[in-house]
Design a binder for this molecule. Sequence first.
Ligand code: FE2
Length: 127
Amino acid sequence: MKQAHWNVKGPNFIALHELFDQVDEAVEGYVDQIAERIVQLGGIAEGTVRVAAARSQLDEYPLTIAEGVAHIDAVTGALSTFGQEARLTIDEVNALDDADTADLFTEVSRGLDKWLWFVEAHAQATK
Ligand SMILES: [Fe+2]
């Protein structure tokens, strides 16, 4: 999200610059809640950049794009992947009868859907 926040250019610059930063703040909140849940359940929150990069399910973010539409596409892809993983996790923890973790990931999934709506609306027709 910061990659998009920093590098977006074009006529919708300020709207997208600010929106991508809002998405970043929200996603950091989801990450914090997920990491703390892992530790509450006795696990280790492996929070280094190297571990995150090695385990990431996200497509590689394009480094040379600038136009708003290109960043909207890239951000939409990343949020969609995160949302898909969150929904898979809901199914996995439901199978383990862990309603609290399912609730956490339901909140994350619902939040990601909202941010997808905000981001995608910038690329939709104004008819
Ligand atoms: Fe900033």
